[in-house]
Design a protein around this ligand. Structure first.
Ligand SMILES: Cc1cc2nc3c(=O)[nH]c(=O)nc-3n(C[C@H](O)[C@H](O)[C@H](O)COP(=O)(O)O)c2cc1C
Length: 158
């Protein structure tokens, strides 16, 4: 059965997700993109994954750098989701951040952060699956609410 891409997007959009900004540093250059394809994978060893489009301009930086940080966005950070999925030049311009263990930038105000070294890269159609080994993690804003993405729109939990 062939799958219609509009229907595929429509059906997948009915799976409500959190929103992350995935960041890395490669030879001193910061890169990052908005991603909802984040998942935990394994507890022992601690592994997570995120999928990145092969045509993303930062795709090669992620496979080359050997590290990435998953920044789980808070409900008041929809602006960062838009910024890190748009063509705005330097996406980090005006965005406060600091490195944790791996050197990947951790964004101020994130709900929680998972800092990883790159464990594996798997080919998957027009995306690559980045598997990260967790080196440090933590909630930053324990009381904040998460940003939610559902059917192409941002919302929050009440
Ligand atoms: C809410 C949301 C979730 C997204 N999730 C993903 C994702 O999981 N993987 C991905 O490759 N792109 C995802 N994107 C799109 C990328 O953020 C966007 O295509 C990317 O930043 C473009 O990168 P480039 O300008 O560096 O080519 C998402 C965009 C939004 C708004």
């Amino acid at each position: 059965m062939s799958v219609n891409s509009d229907q595929f997007r429509d059906v997948m959009g009915r799976f409500a997700t959190g929103v992350t900004v995935v960041t890395t540093v490669n030879q001193g250059r910061l890169d990052g993109f908005t991603a909802s394809s984040f998942s935990s994978v394994s507890l022992d060893p601690p592994l997570v994954l995120v999928c990145i489009g092969k045509d993303a301009t930062c795709h090669d930086a992620f496979s080359a750098s050997g590290c990435f940080a998953i920044n789980i966005l808070s409900a008041d950070q929809a602006n960062l989701s838009v910024r890190f999925s748009s063509d705005v030049g330097d996406r980090f311009d005006g965005v406060k951040h600091e490195p944790w263990v791996t050197g990947a930038p951790v964004l101020d105000g994130a709900l929680a952060v998972i800092d990883c070294t790159l464990h594996a890269v798997h080919e998957a159609g027009d995306h690559s699956i980045l598997v990260g080994r967790v080196e440090r993690l933590g909630p930053i804003r324990g009381e904040a609410k998460p940003l939610i993405y559902y059917r192409g729109a941002y919302c929050s939990v009440s």
